[in-house]
Design a protein around this ligand. Sequence first.
Ligand SMILES: Cc1cc2nc3c(=O)[nH]c(=O)nc-3n(C[C@H](O)[C@H](O)[C@H](O)COP(=O)(O)OP(=O)(O)OC[C@H]3O[C@@H](n4cnc5c(N)ncnc54)[C@H](O)[C@@H]3O)c2cc1C
Length: 420
Amino acid sequence: MQDQDTLLVVGAGHAGAELALAARQAGWAGPIRLLGDEAELPYHRPPLSKAYLHGEASRESLLLRAQAAYEAARVQFEPGARVQALDTARRCVTLADGRELAYAELALCTGGRPRRLVVPGLAADDAPPNLHHLRTLADADGMRAQLRAGVRLVIVGGGYVGLELAASASKLGAQVTVLEAMPHVLARVTSERVAHFYEAVHREAGVAVLTGFGVARVERAPDGGDVRTAAITAIVGADGRAVPADVVVVGIGMLPNVELAQAAGLAVDGGIVVDEAGRSSAPHVWAAGDCTAQHSALYGRTLRLESVPNALEQARTVAAALAGKPMPARAAPWFWSDQFDLKLQMVGLSQGHDACVIRGDLARRQFIAFYLRAGVLIAADAVNRPGDFVLAKRLVAQAARVDAAQLVDESVALKSLALA
Ligand SMILES: Cc1cc2nc3c(=O)[nH]c(=O)nc-3n(C[C@H](O)[C@H](O)[C@H](O)COP(=O)(O)OP(=O)(O)OC[C@H]3O[C@@H](n4cnc5c(N)ncnc54)[C@H](O)[C@@H]3O)c2cc1C
């Protein structure tokens, strides 16, 4: 199969849409096809657990770009187009409907899917009508239809998505319980101090946060019908405690969609392995976004990041490389999370820190936690401190060596440390 000039982008999420448009802007002259297996134009995923879920953001406001933007850039977007096989030798993909499409260059931007909870009483392919996961707009719509005042919502998993959902659902008047297996929420991403702050905020708002709660089994309604579709009535912990549920959301992380790449023989190591330009191990195949694993010069190890800023940066890098343009500068990894009146912005990775110091006031809900390792600033979590966050981003990207006492001293301007 021969195609000299088509750029094929598989996956129409944040990375795919950005890559297609940025490639055109960078000068890719041939056809660009953007294939997505969802029904919608590419949309913002973060509001699905936040403003969209509690009704403050409309469906239209979720779109990354209007249809006209793709047309103007001559990007041919195909919804409902699932790629199920990749042949790197023949340089073509096969779609679920049997069509074969050839490419000159291919970009895999396949993102990820929610990890499922599998315990006694719940098999991986069971489909109780009151069990939800959250990755897509369709998932959010299904969940929203069941969230009403008074409904007992049980969220398995106290990560960002779980806590954002808890905040949104409690705004809707649901009785929310969060079950977290670790000793505190947000265990994989932040320090105990910040996690305890978030637990307190949720409890104050009426959310029951049960930590150290490992799910042992699930109770289902004895409806006499198909056991696979019987509703969940309670989640039971290892200590035998049963938490009754009308609606259950499982938010225990995601699995990257790497199977297509793996089956085609590309190197996969927790994600599709890419170099600094986004090139995979196969010629003419690139990848960007949540599905990739990439070496980080800043942290000296391979990372698979799950964030919009990373998806956009990687997409722009691939677009530049495809057009032979210089690579845009990379920022330190960053992320945000909105819960209640709290705007949390995080930069860097705090794992392995040997000191955590706080500037500001937890009680006033305005502070920034700095994480250091051997005197070097490796990460920061800012709550309602957007100005400080901008400076912290700069300091983390510089791997700045800073004095912890100066970081917490509000009379020392962070700007002076960033300039030093
Ligand atoms: C509820 C929620 C809240 C979030 N909040 C934040 C936040 O506040 N801040 C933040 O930075 N990040 C947030 N994230 C993470 C962020 O959304 C992801 O990092 C981002 O979407 C990654 O973009 P992506 O393009 O790599 O993957 P995705 O956005 O997942 O897009 C991948 C697309 O590829 C499609 N696809 C997969 N396989 C195929 C195939 N074989 N053929 C065709 N199409 C395929 C998928 O269906 C999907 O549409 C949130 C995520 C969720 C789910």
